[in-house]
Design a protein around this ligand. Structure first.
Ligand code: FES
Ligand code: FES
Length: 164
């Protein structure tokens, strides 16, 4: 079946089996290697992408359902200012570990900060709960996201004061 959508700003058309997942298509055919397959049933978050600006599990999204959609993987956020801030915070707070879960964590954190802003630690942990890491206590990851969120909120307030 033919499907056409936008991937990281570029229009693509693919000829896929009806059962082909978005994850298999973008990772296998379009070199979006930030998209990882862990559980392959929507639980671990390793395959998280944005579809029309909302986070989604690409392992349980059929590619054929995406005609006309805008799909963004971590590669598509390479030049995004908030993502740059998150990358720096993950480095500083040792949130980066195996690299398998990190792309999904970054996309979810980006979405949380963008949509919700100032969150208490418990809310932040709840927001990240759909992204599983097999090998850490999450402390570095949560500290990194909290730091990026604080910085983002400070920049937003400074910008709104300057605009007054
Ligand atoms: S691989 Fe998609 S949620 Fe685990
Ligand atoms: S650091 Fe990625 S699964 Fe543990």
């Amino acid at each position: 079946m033919k499907v056409s959508f936008t991937l990281n700003g570029d229009p693509i058309t693919a000829d896929v089996e009806p059962r082909t997942s978005l994850a298999d298509l973008v990772r296998g055919e379009h070199r979006c290697t930030s998209v990882h397959l862990g559980c392959e049933h929507g639980v671990c978050g390793a395959c998280t992408v944005l579809i029309d600006g909302k986070i989604a599990r690409s392992c349980i999204t059929l590619a054929v359902s995406l005609d006309g959609a805008m799909v963004t993987t971590l590669e598509g956020l390479a030049d995004d200012a908030l993502m740059a801030r998150l990358r720096e915070a993950f480095r500083t707070h040792h949130g980066l570990q195996c690299g398998y879960c990190t792309p999904g964590m970054l996309i979810t954190a980006h979405d949380l900060i963008r949509r919700k802003g100032a969150l208490a630690e418990a809310e932040l942990r709840q927001g990240l709960a759909g992204n599983i890491c097999r090998c850490t206590g999450y402390a570095g990851i949560v500290a990194a996201v909290a730091a990026a969120m604080d910085e983002h909120e400070t920049t937003k307030s400074a910008a709104s004061i300057a605009a007054e």
